[in-house]
Design a protein around this ligand. Structure first.
Ligand SMILES: [Zn+2]
Length: 511
């Protein structure tokens, strides 16, 4: 046997307990052929000496929005006054919609309104996306097309969705370009696979046929598509199949392989903490607001139960503890009606978890897909609005693991920065960007955090048999790092030297 590639001089952390370390990795046909003495004597077409660099399985981001992340919009991140924002928007290129991103209502001296935006819009519709992804500000041109909504321009959740829908669809060409932009970015951060959290419809959709863009794009990373529950429609299957609803999406011949696959069915049960719409059982501190559920309980419950019946893995967005209660009740009912072993339903975000909910999550075999970087970026704000008692319950780590729950790492890019090493550092240190301790009792070890971003996220995507560890027979996805996260005191700063997908270095850092 002749290997395609032999990597020597590795300090590999394989994440495989059967063989936790290796110095040599043999690669053949895009897969790991063997480690150390299994491949040392084999000839190879190419041999690369990594000079004692640290090698890990490629990071898997179990929840991202690649098209949204790659969208070219006017960036207003960090701006705090209406004047600054209008100056930035005044010369927006093009003739159609003016789209901006990075708005943060919490840091504004006075919130932006439709009337403000009218001053620079020149008759064009304007859509300013809030950082949270759950709100926006639009101008009067947009509001006029939404006569049923009364607002000064600030729209959240379903009203935001109504405004968003006016802009849709993006063309497959636009989406394809956005996907390539994001793929290059994530590769430079060591990510080899992303799960796209909800295509086809709903809050972050780009087009009803957007699956075709992923197929056309042939990206240099692996992608798993989660399908929005809103695209389920009545299906005329035989009643004995137990599949009342199914999807279309623009799928066509040739869809699906190691690089592109279909993942979970994505549902939303509440909003987010940033927009104060995550559904809580007790109000946000200093207010009587308890957030809100995303849709009618009837819609959400039937989507969960029908999706479960039809064989989907469910990826249920639930941030507040009340949304998590709802989710657990509905999944429990679905499992009662039709028990499915290893359904492996996911809770996306799983942001505020009461202690009594931990054993229920474990008993239902559900997987929290967490975004540690939310707390690095927004932990100060979230701690304030949750208050002393609840702040330690946010985006847990230790308690999940202690209950035997598998934790999956993810970013929700572009809602928060997507770099896995930043997230891993947070999971270990539990410090926000200002240095504030956020739920320090939930800290986990570096090895456990690495597990969350490799085998844990592979498990959430049902890919642990082919991804997540450097094990002979698995796909050759790996990341080469400038230092060992287990001994580094600045994990987030460790340089990503190269990223390999399927045996090919699709990213190499300029030296
Ligand atoms: Zn998301």
């Amino acid at each position: 046997m002749k290997l395609d590639l032999k990597l020597t001089g590795c300090r590999a952390i394989t994440m495989d307990p059967a063989r936790p370390a290796a110095h040599t990795i043999g690669i053949w046909q895009g897969r790991i052929a063997g480690l150390d003495e299994q491949v040392e004597d084999l000839p190879a077409t190419e041999t690369v000496d990594l000079g004692n660099a640290v090698v890990l399985p490629g990071f898997i981001d179990a929840h991202t929005h690649l098209a949204w992340n790659g969208r070219r919009t006017v960036d207003i991140t960090g701006l705090t006054t209406v004047t600054q924002i209008l100056d930035r928007l005044a010369n927006a290129p093009g003739t159609g919609w003016i789209e901006a991103s990075g708005y943060d209502r919490r840091i504004m001296d006075v919130p932006l309104t439709a009337l403000d935006l009218d001053r620079i819009s020149d008759g064009r519709p304007v859509y300013v996306a809030d950082l949270s992804g759950h709100a926006c500000v639009v101008n009067s041109v947009v509001l006029k097309q939404l006569p049923e909504i009364t607002s000064d321009g600030w729209l959240t959740e379903n009203e935001q969705l109504a405004a968003r829908t006016l802009r849709l669809p993006y063309s497959l060409d636009e989406i394809t370009t956005e996907l390539h932009t994001s793929a290059q970015q994530v590769l430079s951060e060591g990510v080899t696979m992303c799960a796209e959290a909800g295509i086809g419809a709903g809050l972050i959709a780009s087009s009803p046929v957007e699956a075709a863009a992923y197929q056309r794009a042939q990206l240099p990373i692996r992608v798993q598509l989660m399908v929005s529950a809103h695209v389920l429609h009545d299906a005329t299957a035989d009643p004995s199949d137990g599949i009342p609803r199914a999807i279309d999406l623009g799928l066509h011949t040739g869809f699906g392989d190691d690089m592109l696959s279909l993942g979970a069915l994505k549902l939303w049960t509440d909003g987010g903490m940033m927009a104060r719409t995550a559904a809580l059982s007790e109000p946000y501190l200093g207010s009587d607001n308890t957030g809100r559920l995303a849709e009618s309980e009837e819609f959400m419950r039937s989507a969960i139960i029908d999706g479960h019946h039809a064989g989907w893995q469910l990826a249920i967005h639930a941030i507040g503890d009340r949304a998590i209660d709802f989710t657990l009740d509905a999944v429990q009912e679905a499992q009662r009606q039709r028990p499915r072993a290893d359904a492996r339903h996911r809770i996306e975000h799983c942001g505020l978890v009461r202690s009594d909910q931990l054993s229920r999550i474990a008993a239902l075999g559900m997987v929290p897909v967490v975004q540690p970087t939310f707390l690095y970026a927004y932990g100060d704000d979230y701690s304030e609005i949750m208050g002393e008692t609840r702040a330690p319950w946010m985006y847990r780590g230790r308690s999940f693991l202690d209950h035997g729950i598998t934790v999956a790492g993810s970013s929700d890019r572009p809602v928060a920065d997507g770099a896995p090493l930043r997230a891993i550092e947070f999971m270990v240190r539990r410090r926000s960007s200002s240095g504030r301790a956020v739920g320090p009792a939930e800290a986990i070890t570096v090895e456990e955090a690495l597990h969350a971003y490799t085998l844990g996220s592979a498990y959430a995507c049902r890919k642990e048999h082919v991804l997540g560890s450097l094990t002979p027979g698995k796909l050759a996805d790996l990341v080469v790092l400038g230092d060992d996260p287990r001994t580094s005191d600045a994990i987030a700063e460790i340089p990503v030297l190269a990223t390999m997908v399927g045996g090919a270095f699709n990213f190499q850092r300029a030296s």
